[in-house]
Design a binder for this molecule. Sequence first.
Ligand code: GTP
Ligand code: SPV
Ligand code: MN
Length: 598
Amino acid sequence: MELTTNQHVLDFVKKYVDLMKPDKVEWIDGSKKQLNALTKIAVSTGEIYKCNQKLLPGCLYHRTAVNDVARVEGRTFICSREQKNAGPTNNWMDPKEAYKKLDAIADGCMKGRTMYIIPFSMGKIGSPFAKYGIELTDSIYVVLNMAIMTRVSAKVLAKLKDSDDFVRGIHSKVTLDEENRYICQFPEDNTIYSLNSGYGGNVLLGKKCFALRIASYQGWKEGWMAEHMLILGVQKPDGDIKYITAAFPSACGKTNLAMLIPPETYTKKGYKVFTVGDDIAWIRRGKGGMLYAVNPENGFFGVAPGTNEKSNPNALATTKKDTIFTNVVYIPSTKTVWWEGLDKNPPKNALDWKGNKWHGGMVDADGKPVKGAHPNSRFTAPAKNCPCLSSEFENPKGVPISAIIFGGRRAKAAPLVYEARDWKHGVFVGSIMASETTAAAAGAVGVVRHDPMAMLPFCGYNMADYFQHWLDMGKKVKNKPKIFNVNWFRTDDEGNFLWPGFGDNMRVLDWIIQRCEDAVDAVETPIGYMPKPEDINLEGLDMSVEDLKKILDCDKKVWLAEAEDIENYYRTKFGDTLPKELYAELAKLKKNLRKRSM
Ligand code: GTP
Ligand code: SPV
Ligand code: MN
């Protein structure tokens, strides 16, 4: 039954029913009863396996197609009317051509299938931050994931009333043909069109496509920001909570930092960390001349490999019920799951992420280890399962931000932490972010590339305008967050990490908070303010101040080469379109690096 009389919604649905020609149409109200019935169907067709309901109540298992395991940046397009509005860092297609191409692929693609109509909200329904969407899909897996990751409910349609202000999401698996896979965003039409994929970021349209690509465009037009950032709160022994957001590229540690458990030297003093979000932050100006952030999502779509009782016990606990596991190892005898880095007891008789027989210690014909879980295998878990979920998670006004952190995966160059001198310099620091690529996107892994603000794959408009928007926001905000850069991934020449990371990142957050409170001094270096090594708390850690100094360095030769690379990046990518302030910051960096006294 139709859940609305909104003519815009009905027209939208009709248009794609006529095109895609499903046998059946089903409106999703998000009720447990309906989701259970859909799960039953998906189990009967083998799309989904039910896990052991005693050990993992409500948990499900799914494998995607082997050629469909990550975001596909090469096939992701911003279809703005003018190419210059997609900018130099995005793939662009003319919207008319794009619709024509996609409609041709989609023609009749749902014959023999059911179209599910999912009304969903990004952000708490009815809150000032909330934005609504309708996703059409032929995948039960998508329906079940959206019901965890977003707020799926008929209430969305009630709130929408007869308004046209909703994002239109169109998805079909079609035939999962890689050659015809397209993830297209039409920012001027509030529309997302995704064909021939069944993998997370390509098909859970509320996430990257809407909450970042479309929302970043909306934020630019409406004076707010949509960022690829986690949000966490650090509660100090006196009870005061400081909120921090952090932008790291995909698979570079957001979920881990957001759910961090502080080392004992902190917990015994009474420090606690609370999670508001692990991937996306929508940021607006608010009370007290500050920036406020909300997490528009309702769940976590986290990287499974490496998640364990030691690295991230909170994430692990979050996945113990009502969770969907994708592309991890499945153990038929116990109906449980496993992934590399979960524990030291890999199963003896299991199925790998491709569905092939697999056992721990398996090697291929060349003697190389065969992984059981895909490196980008994921869990989809409800936020409310998270033991350290912030009490402010649903606060419609968001949380006030004291600090913004940028960071990437850099084996060399970038120090453990440094602070920008001011907002403008901070925007520069974000704009020069570079990071090694990961398995979260199809393509080579471990290649350093520029990824400004961790938004390279997610900015829905011209990145030069995005930089200007950042600069403009700074001008409008009185009590601006301080901006920092971190790097947990420095290695020695053998490739070993030089910083313990994970929970011990609290030691860096501690310094950051002290800087926000003017409670600690810093050393001025050519790239910004750095901690005095003795100001990073190393208590309980097997690390000397000498070791720490190795990752709290600013090697001028390395940074001069870095500056050349930034100059080249700026000039060849952006040329004259780049805000002049950023060229001025680059000139300042070069000048500082040539100064003897610094
Ligand atoms: P997306 O969901 O793709 O946006 O990823 P994310 O940024 O949330 O990354 P996540 O926290 O899932 O971490 C990705 C990988 O980085 C995992 O394999 C972690 O084990 C590893 N990792 C996270 N934090 C640290 C750290 O502090 N040090 C080291 N060495 N590895 C880390
Ligand atoms: C990322 O790649 O940054 C993710 C996973 O968070 S996906 O939803 O696939 O984009
Ligand atoms: Mn992400």
